[in-house]
Design a protein around this ligand. Structure first.
Ligand code: CA
Length: 240
């Protein structure tokens, strides 16, 4: 028997909670419940669920608050189940860090499919992070320290922001390969981020200012015009 994924259902309406628990249990998930926001926080920290189904209209707080604060320290997938059907509510929840959004009433099969998808993405993300989070990558005078989550050039910490670090770490992991703008965007801002090369360009300009001697003639991260970016393979800077 594979280990069951634990799903936290945060819902104040007893009938919906009961229905969800039954459906999820019947489909092989272990279910834990919370009826209020404060209780949800406790369950999240003490039980570390694999996924959260979150109602927004809770008696003691707006579920939106839960999304943004949980995202401060956890990547656990959050699927919002809400009676709020306006596009702006969905956008706000997704922007705050929810992985998905289902308007009530929703179909059971659709819900189960979205849960499977969110769990699959989380597993892939976990695998990627395992690779990213250990060891070092050295290329000429630049060193990516994955354990410390810092980048050094000639021994000095260049002071990257979190997103800048993530971009450099990602490119370092695939050093020598061209990563497309789309791939980088999705890896860093999540699968729901729309393609927006501008935000990448701004970040890259800042990164280059910090790591390159001459940002106009980069030695570490190259632009493949119209395609993406590529980090130098260590052999390319072996002379240094
Ligand atoms: Ca509610």
């Amino acid at each position: 028997m594979p280990i069951k994924s634990v799903i936290l259902v945060v819902e104040d309406e007893a009938s919906i909670r009961g229905f969800l628990s039954a459906v999820l249990a019947a489909n092989g998930y272990e279910v834990i419940n919370a009826t209020r926001g404060a209780e949800a926080y406790m369950m999240i920290t003490s039980h570390c669920p694999d996924l959260i189904l979150l109602d927004l209209g809770l008696p003691d707080m707006d579920g939106m608050k839960i999304i943004s604060s949980v995202r401060g320290w956890s990547q656990v997938p959050i699927i919002v189940l809400s009676a709020r059907i306006h596009e702006r509510d969905k956008v706000a929840a997704l922007d705050a860090g929810a992985d998905d959004y289902l308007a009530k009433p929703f179909g059971t099969s659709e819900l189960l499919a979205r849960i499977r998808t969110a769990l699959r993405h989380a597993r892939l993300r976990g695998l990627n992070e395992d690779v990213v989070q250990t060891g070092k990558y050295r290329c000429g005078g630049m060193l990516i320290d994955y354990d410390k989550r810092r980048v050094f050039v000639d021994g000095k910490d260049v002071g990257l922001t979190q997103n800048e670090y993530k971009m450099v770490a990602l490119l370092g992991r695939y050093a020598g390969k061209v990563l497309t703008y789309e791939f980088i965007t999705k890896e860093i801002w999540g699968p729901r981020m729309s393609d927006n090369n501008q935000i990448l360009r701004v970040n890259m300009a800042n990164i280059r200012r910090k790591i390159e001697k001459n940002p106009a003639e980069p030695a570490y991260i190259f632009t493949e015009i119209g395609v993406g970016y590529r980090m130098a393979d260590n052999s390319e800077t072996a002379a240094e």
